[in-house]
Ligand binder design. Structure first.
Ligand SMILES: [Zn+2]
Ligand SMILES: [Zn+2]
Length: 406
């Protein structure tokens, strides 16, 4: 295929092809490293009159000496070692070697893994390599430092007589799709945090639609924490970047978005099922980026992805909080939900939006509840299993005297 033909490829195909090329290059680099290791093993440098293999390669392929040394180091850390008696030993980094053979890691990754493993026991290679398969080399170095620090802490603790001066701590660790967070806050920060969480964690009011709040205390407090994060992302005073609050982007192939299959990917490599992408796309903290497909859909995606502040102000004035029947959440805890999704032609206007709290936003995207504007009032039609007559209802919690017009 020539350079001209690449212009005919859809963007997602082109991107996938680049990813494929990178894997192939890495596989080939692994073969090259095995050959470099063999040159080193048989003493080729002295055979040809060079001081070492790096000097030899510098001359042979015109690498800088630094680059040549890096490749030799990588090759030697991944290669099987021969003892003087001729028996074969495991490579220094056996798990890394297996993954590199599949083309999963770059040379920079190998250097980063080798560097952090100098301060870690062999048992740490598995988690370090798993981390390296999902992150860039600089992140691998940071991860290794953190691991080494934690191991050092564990070793040091039994000997420590003096209590450490109090310091706030936060630990975050991705476990699959979940970020585990544990924090230690001093008295003042702790009290402030509790004061923010408590009101958000109170049980939802019991309504005929949903009954009593089924969540455990830990679940309510967890949701409250997530609400707090959303609240911060919406706050006006957070630093702005290019006119938009700092946000996550969510990348998704157009076909998957329309068919609601496959995954979108967040900046931090977390994969999000397509069925959740629409809800996230309504969220002010997340910007959808659609790959491939018809250009007009992508244009709409670009322009209509989130509701600008002016429209949000109008929505707040109209809805005064979550619009789901019986909900009392105020506007600051609400997303502007697109009544018609932008890939289906829905625009970014007050007439295509309703405020919903996080819980009811999830409910609307996951269930058969329907939302429409009726005389300017967001009106909810329950699923047939809940109400066979499917009687429309509105929220009267924010102001009295609102009814569905006949
Ligand atoms: Zn929504
Ligand atoms: Zn609500």
């Amino acid at each position: 295929m020539s350079e001209r033909d690449f212009r005919l490829l859809a963007t997602d195909e082109l991107l996938a092809a680049v990813v494929g090329d990178v894997v192939e290059i890495r596989v080939l680099e692994n073969v090259m490293m095995q050959k470099i290791a063999e040159l080193s093993r048989r003493g080729a440098a002295s055979e040809l009159g060079y001081r070492n293999v790096a000097q030899l390669l510098r001359h042979a392929v015109r690498w800088d000496l630094k680059t040549a040394r890096q490749w030799v180091d990588r090759a030697e850390s991944l290669a099987q070692q021969l003892t003087p008696t001729g028996s074969v030993l495991e490579p220094e980094l056996p798990i890394t070697a297996a993954v590199v053979a599949e083309g999963a890691l770059s040379g920079e990754h190998i250097s980063a893994v080798a560097e952090v493993m100098k301060d870690l026991p062999p048992a740490a290679e598995q988690p370090v390599v798993e981390f390296a398969q999902a992150h860039e080399p600089s992140a691998v170095r940071a991860f290794g430092k953190e691991l080494a620090y934690r191991l050092h802490q564990q070793d040091a603790e039994p000997n420590e007589a003096e209590p450490k001066p109090s310091a706030n701590r936060l630990r975050m660790e991705w476990k699959g799709d979940w970020l585990e967070v544990s924090a230690k806050l001093d008295k003042i920060a702790g009290a402030k945090f509790e004061a923010m969480i408590d009101p958000l964690a109170k049980p939802r009011p019991t309504t005929p639609e949903e009954g009593p709040d089924p969540r455990s205390r830990a679940e309510r407090e967890g949701d409250a924490f997530a609400d707090l994060v959303d609240l911060m992302l919406r706050a006006d005073r957070l630093p702005e970047h290019g006119g938009e609050p700092v946000t996550l982007t969510l990348t998704m192939p157009y076909e998957g978005l329309v068919a609601q299959t496959g995954f979108g990917t967040l900046d931090n490599h977390v994969r999000v099922p397509a069925t959740l992408v629409r809800r996230l796309a309504c969220n002010a903290g997340v910007i959808p980026v659609v790959l491939g497909g018809r250009s007009e859909a992508m244009d709409i995606g670009r322009k209509a992805r989130t509701f600008p502040a002016a429209i949000r102000r109008l929505l707040v004035a109209r809805d005064q909080g979550c619009t789901f029947p019986g909900c009392d959440r105020p506007p600051k805890h609400c997303d502007a939900h697109h009544l018609r999704f932008w890939s289906e032609g829905g625009g970014t206007s007050v007439t295509n939006a309703a405020l919903l709290c996080r819980h009811h936003h999830t409910l609307i995207h996951r269930s058969d509840w329907e939302v429409k504007l009726h005389n300017g009032v967001p009106t909810f039609v329950p699923p047939a299993w809940l109400d066979p007559a499917r009687t429309p209802r509105t929220n009267t919690a924010h102001r009295a005297g609102r009814h569905v017009a006949a």
